[in-house]
Design a protein. Structure first.
Length: 304
């Protein structure tokens, strides 16, 4: 995720969400809507000024813009961005969801969708045209997220890191479980290896379960080294959260890894998240491997 510092005012918060078709714009719009943004998608560029011309809202606004907009043009989009940035009533950011051409072609081939700029041709023709059309807008983006290697869950996590409000009392914590076989997840601030704990995989009655099951969690917690390890980790995290908040950090991502990402790391993630939530911190959980297994069919893995 690349961010630039183009905006300094404190007016009505407005996020313009754009990027090539298939890069994740729809997913981003849904995330913004879920956390309280007023969302208007595919709003004609000529109407943006009218929508923002009234009294300021008491909540932020997200506007989805892409080449399917009725009056879309690169020049008009750039002018809209410039006009809004010059108006002190608005605090505008451009969120651009980017993606490599090869990945976009693969996503279109998997979904068999027609590209809006090439309805009678193969998608690669439309993708090439759209990337060229949006290049000047990409260069004006405040936040640029490359979704080429991101699942919808990964994109949501990237967005939440960007959107998290600063300050210790609002610092968001995410706790992740993962398998070292698939590599360490992107964006973690702290990584802890749980492979030294005894592995429920070798217990036939526990193998098919995961760390959210009480039987698995109890088995992991009975390792003689578990209590001291967990106490030290929890104390360290509780020390770091306000320290990071004081320095203006808005998000702290902690990851527990084990061999398969099913038992030990999941149990630790669940326990630490509950401990922090009980202390009053804003906590989210991400079980990467469990989520991947739950996703079925190519359509559910696409970024809209």
């Amino acid at each position: 995720m690349k961010m630039t510092d183009n905006n300094t005012n404190t007016g009505q918060k407005v996020v313009l969400v754009t990027g090539p078709s298939g890069a994740g714009r729809t997913t981003a719009i849904r995330v913004l809507e879920d956390i309280g943004y007023e969302v208007i998608d595919n709003l004609p560029l000529s109407l943006i000024g009218r929508v923002l011309g009234g009294p300021a809202l008491d909540h932020p606004l997200a506007l989805g813009v892409d080449v399917r907009n009725r009056d879309f043009s690169t020049e008009m989009m750039l002018q809209v961005i410039e006009d809004l940035r010059e108006d002190d009533r608005h605090d505008v950011e451009v969120l651009y969801l980017d993606c490599s051409r090869d990945v976009l072609i693969r996503r279109y081939s998997e979904t068999r969708r027609r590209h809006p700029l090439a309805p009678a041709e193969t998608p690669d023709h439309g993708i090439t045209r759209e990337i060229e059309l949006l290049a000047p807008i990409r260069g004006r983006a405040d936040v640029l997220i490359d979704t080429s290697e991101l699942s919808p869950h990964d994109l949501k996590e990237e967005l939440m890191q960007w959107l998290s409000q600063s300050g210790a009392e609002n610092l968001a914590v995410s706790v992740h479980s993962f398998s070292y076989k698939r590599g360490v997840p992107r964006g973690l601030d702290m990584v802890l290896d749980a492979r030294f704990l005894r592995n429920p995989h070798w217990e036939a009655t526990l193998r098919s379960l995961d760390g959210r099951d009480d039987a698995v969690a109890d088995y992991v917690a009975k390792d003689p080294r578990f209590d001291e390890f967990f106490i030290r980790v929890a104390e360290l995290v509780e020390f770091l959260i306000p320290a990071y908040g004081d320095e203006g950090k808005s998000h702290l991502a902690i990851g527990f890894g084990c061999t398969g990402g099913q038992h030990r790391s999941v149990a630790l993630t669940e326990r630490l998240a509950k401990t922090l939530a009980h202390k009053g911190w804003q906590v989210s959980i991400r079980h990467r491997e469990l989520e991947r297994r739950a996703e079925t069919g190519p359509a559910s893995k696409q970024l809209g």
